[in-house]
Design a binder for this molecule. Structure first.
Ligand SMILES: [Zn+2]
Length: 287
């Protein structure tokens, strides 16, 4: 853990970065939500802490994979569904309110940025609180289908296990008797509105983010290792555009070689310190 003066020094430097590049393209990852009780996938070296998440192709092709997915989600989604906004979300919403954020692109699917008050948000990898039918497009709230599956699977609903990222849980058992709830309209496969590993970000969403990047004066990555290409690409594109790229995170990032500034420090204290500095400066500058 960094000591107090290191946090302050990072906060000062971050405030200076924001003032020099006041139309920020912010990209966030799991690190901004760990204080909210949502586990992240990777350690400080960017390596998987656990077995990698479900692959899109496997989910769509295999009934057994879907049984295992939903049985585990019945337990693990409770952490995601009840997560509360954290300090990092609040500071980023405050920076937007002060006009410093052109766009916030999040790789998280928890919607906590929006709940904190951020409005200029792109959910790059979708959202975990809704599901859609992969055949007819019928859309439902996630909690509603969990309620159906808990009713259909009382034995599984009573189980408990450690919560894992993205509403998963570390449950290993025989999943063969699990009954999956299918689309109530057409019987098709229901899938959370999340871009799984092995799937691609919808083009329209990517273009919207790229357009925001072209309007931005700098990039700030917060709480992300940028290991996934869909997030990393924006740092590469920013670098090609000549934009400075800064990172605030606890660990290494895939974009370390592209960074103009890097603060390896706890997110919330550094962000809070930077915001306080910006507000002080604003109070002095006001007539
Ligand atoms: Zn359907």
């Amino acid at each position: 853990m960094k000591n107090h003066s290191e946090v302050e020094a990072a906060g000062e430097a971050l405030a200076a970065f924001v003032l020099r590049h006041p139309r920020l393209f912010v990209i966030t990852g799991a690190g901004v939500s760990t204080d909210s009780g949502i586990p992240d996938y990777r350690d400080a070296n960017g390596q998987w802490k656990r077995s990698p998440p479900v692959q899109h192709g496997d989910f769509m092709a295999s009934f057994d994979v879907r049984k295992r997915y939903w049985a585990r989600a019945l337990i693990g989604f409770k952490a995601l569904g009840s997560a509360q906004v954290g300090g990092a979300h609040r500071v980023l919403a405050a920076l937007e309110a002060r006009g410093f954020i052109e766009m916030l692109v999040t790789q998280n699917v928890d919607r906590l940025h929006q709940r904190a008050g951020s409005k200029r948000v792109i959910d790059l990898h979708g959202r975990a609180d809704t599901v859609s039918c992969m055949r007819c497009g019928y859309s439902m709230m996630r909690y509603a289908i969990h309620a159906e599956m808990a009713r259909m699977n009382p034995r599984f609903a009573a189980m408990d296990a450690a919560h894992a990222p993205d509403g998963d849980a570390d449950l290993e058992t025989d999943f063969s008797s699990f009954r999956v709830y299918d689309c109530p309209r057409c019987g098709g496969v229901l899938k959370p509105d999340v871009v799984y590993y092995g799937d691609v970000v919808p083009q329209e969403r990517r273009l919207k983010a790229q357009a925001a990047l072209a309007r931005a004066s700098g990039v700030l990555a917060v709480g992300t290792s940028l290991m996934v290409f869909s997030g990393y690409r924006f740092c590469r594109e920013a670098h090609a555009l000549g934009l400075p790229v800064a990172s605030l995170s606890l660990g290494v990032t895939r974009a370390d070689h592209l960074l103009s500034h890097q603060w390896r420090a706890p997110l919330t204290p550094v962000l809070a310190h930077a915001l306080a500095r910006l507000d002080e400066r604003n109070a002095v500058a006001a007539p």
